[in-house]
Design a protein around this ligand. Structure first.
Ligand SMILES: Nc1ncnc2c1ncn2[C@@H]1O[C@H](COP(=O)(O)OP(=O)(O)OP(=O)(O)O)[C@@H](O)[C@H]1O
Length: 332
């Protein structure tokens, strides 16, 4: 077990993970040619953040995570985890990170308590410093501590994997698609758990295909596409990137065309009584639309506005990978 630096704020790195010029070229055996999976990416994950890594299938997310976890060798570039360079001090870097893989691979005949003890042993955590009971409690598995893993539900297994990744108290936790194939109730439970760990000081990096998950959970989001980072910024800022809103106006009588008074706006009829006006909030105000409408004598029954969401931005940045069904989904 490699001891962490004492938790003295002066010693803490500004970035939990820092990646500079990271390149990975796979050279598969056989006829397939080399595959450039990461094209010299730079990424800085702020300490304490809940960081989302998004990208369509094949973008390079797993490659990046596996390099951080020490499971895949990088081709070029520098990576440091919790201020430790993975080439200079691989053991210490690995001790600073816990990875929850996508697959629920566990021995069905071990109990959760045994599994955590075994994992702590693998990391060389001395018996006196083990956190088995605390972790079982934290992931809500105290009641199941001595049950065979095969008798746990899918959600319980996933929570056990989280506890397993935390046995050596890593300051950085990576969750690879934590809610893939998980039902809505459990997904919300897992989100709450992830938020709690983050509030308690763990920097969390999660990959997801669910845009809504990233939007709700993550304070910072990076989007990668074809092995390159195409965006990396605070979620709120990313969401402001698309300067577009839609205003739907329900009027009090049937129309067969958009009133001429609205010709200065981008407007269309979405039904005989529904006018949709698209506008840029940074340049236009709703009261201008309403004033133009008032001049027509039409009564307004209802109004609603719709913001752009992460999906619009994702589509813009990845050239519509989602629209072509390449594997990014809304969690709803
Ligand atoms: N072991 C390997 N050998 C050859 N090519 C690989 C290997 N692993 C990944 N690749 C290729 O590298 C690219 C990036 O793959 P990676 O698994 O990192 O993407 P991803 O973003 O995690 O995708 P997904 O969302 O489908 O998990 C893909 O083109 C993939 O086919």
């Amino acid at each position: 077990m490699v001891a962490h630096a004492p938790l003295n704020p002066v010693n803490l790195p500004a970035h939990a993970v820092e990646v500079r010029g990271l390149t990975k070229t796979y050279r598969p055996a056989g006829k397939a040619g080399p595959k450039l999976a990461l094209k010299g990416i730079d990424l800085a994950i702020p300490r304490g953040s809940l960081f989302g890594l998004l990208g369509p299938n094949g973008a390079g997310k797993s490659t990046l995570i596996n390099i951080l976890a020490g499971l895949v060798n990088k081709t070029e570039g520098a990576v440091s985890i919790w201020g430790t360079d993975i080439d200079a001090h691989p053991r210490q870097a690995r001790a600073s990170i816990g990875v929850v893989p996508q697959e629920l691979n566990m021995d069905p005949f071990f109990t959760p308590r045994e599994m955590l003890e075994l994992q702590a042993g693998l990391y060389g955590v001395p018996k006196a410093e083990r956190r088995t009971e605390e972790l079982l409690d934290a992931v809500g598995l105290k009641d199941k501590a001595d049950a065979y893993a095969r008798s746990l539900s899918g959600g319980m297994k996933r929570r056990l994997m989280v506890a397993k990744a935390m046995v050596h108290s890593p300051p950085v936790l990576v969750l690879d698609e934590p809610t893939a194939g998980v039902d809505v109730e459990l997904r919300i439970q897992l989100w709450e758990h992830v938020r709690k760990m983050n509030r308690e000081g763990t920097t969390v990096l999660l990959t997801t295909h669910y845009l809504q998950e990233a939007e709700e959970l993550c304070d910072t989001i990076a989007i990668i596409n074809h092995g390159a980072v195409v965006a990396c910024e605070p979620t709120a800022k990313l969401l402001r990137r698309v300067d577009a809103k839609a205003l739907t106006i329900t009027v009090d009588r049937d129309l067969d065309a958009v009133p001429a008074a609205l010709s200065g706006f981008t407007a269309e009829l979405a039904g005989p009584r529904h006018i949709v006006v698209r506008y840029q909030p940074s340049r236009q105000r709703v009261d201008g639309v309403l004033a133009a409408l008032a001049a027509t004598g039409l009564g307004v029954i209802d109004l609603s506005t719709e913001e752009s969401d992460l999906e619009d931005i994702f589509l813009q940045l990845t050239g519509g990978a989602h629209a072509r069904g390449e594997g990014v989904h809304n969690a709803a």
